[in-house]
Ligand binder design. Structure first.
Ligand code: SF4
Length: 131
């Protein structure tokens, strides 16, 4: 398994809670990593899709993930291209504090530009995740 970290993983035991969705529609990154266990996952899923309002980090699955292009994560590339196409730049002014920057797949691919777009990403249910 990869030692590079996916910053948009599913809510599974052993994953780390990376941040939660704020009322402004942006992810608020935690300053301390929180590893989630089976009890957390069960309670979170009892209230719907936890990935719709929380972001989780876990080892990058590379070829086992639908976002893998064969050499990189296609999700952050699509997010950044989408933001490039918007007339209003809604990226963050500065990179957020982040507990996984040293191993983050998106940061390794795109550097600080990924971080400036990161708080706008919320993982949707599988049916729409690849949109
Ligand atoms: S893109 Fe940047 S802010 Fe987002 S998880 Fe990776 S290192 Fe952290």
């Amino acid at each position: 398994m990869s030692t590079i970290t996916c910053p948009s993983a599913t809510c599974e035991p052993g994953a780390y809670l990376l941040g939660t969705l704020g009322s402004d529609g942006r992810i608020k990154h935690l300053r301390t990593p929180l590893r989630v266990d089976a009890d957390f996952v069960a309670k979170a899923r009892a209230n719907g899709e936890p990935e719709s309002h929380m972001r989780f980090a876990a080892p990058c699955q590379e070829g086992k993930c639908s976002h893998w292009t064969g050499a990189a994560c296609g999700l952050i590339d699509r997010v950044m291209a989408h933001l490039d196409a918007l007339e209003a730049d809604i990226r963050a002014d500065s990179p957020p504090p982040c507990t996984i920057r040293g191993s983050c797949r998106w940061y390794r691919q795109s550097g600080v530009e990924a971080c400036l777009s990161c708080d706008l990403v919320v993982r949707l249910p599988e049916a729409t995740a690849a949109e």
